[in-house]
Design a protein around this ligand. Structure first.
Ligand code: SF4
Length: 179
């Protein structure tokens, strides 16, 4: 097991003015640098920066950062959620590390998600059910991890959008990777 233990720090986020949020930092006793290219190969739309020895990943509305001795996550509603997500992230790193012989490491830096790429897959009917005036506005928020895909109800209620929804889920890494 790569990460056997960690110290968890949970603090009130200073970045969010919209509502009360937490961010959490798992301080590791082991350097996970060697695992980052394997994580990069596994996570949809992770952004690996080899020169900084860091990997960022947007998932379920959270900005997640993997560093040599730290894993950070923000946009957390409660301390319980912080503990649960950090535990899952640590478990994921350990699983990827266990399976590294089956994974081709990826040391490239993936492109950032582009709103237009998302917009093309949305229903583009501007129904406003997500709270946005247009699907394009929603795509801007999706790309910035400020909106959840599930807020677009037509995608989930109308089976004709199924393929688009699955493509969006992959792009946005809505699901945890199957390891
Ligand atoms: S709910 Fe979906 S289809 Fe309706 S405006 Fe929002 S993004 Fe577009």
């Amino acid at each position: 097991m790569l990460i056997e233990s960690y110290d968890l720090e949970i603090e009130v986020s200073t970045h969010s003015t919209a509502h009360f949020e937490y961010e959490a930092h798992a301080r590791l006793q082991v350097d996970i640098s060697a695992a980052l290219p394997y994580l990069n190969a596994t996570l949809s739309r992770g952004i690996y920066l080899p020169e900084k020895n860091a990997l960022s990943w947007r998932h379920e509305g959270h900005n997640i950062g993997f560093w040599p001795y730290k894993i950070s996550v923000d946009h957390l509603d409660s301390k319980e959620e912080a503990r649960e997500i950090v535990e899952r992230l640590v478990g994921m790193v350990n699983q990827v590390w266990e399976k590294r012989d089956e994974i081709e490491p990826d040391r490239t830096t993936h492109k950032r998600l582009q709103p237009l790429e998302l917009y093309r897959l949305l229903p583009r009917i501007n129904c406003k059910r997500c709270g946005e005036e247009t699907c394009f506005n929603f795509s801007l928020k999706l790309a910035a991890a400020q909106a959840e895909l599930a807020s677009c109800r037509p995608l989930y209620e109308d089976e004709t959008y199924r393929t688009q929804r699955e493509q969006l889920e992959n792009l946005l890494a809505v699901k945890w990777p199957a390891l």
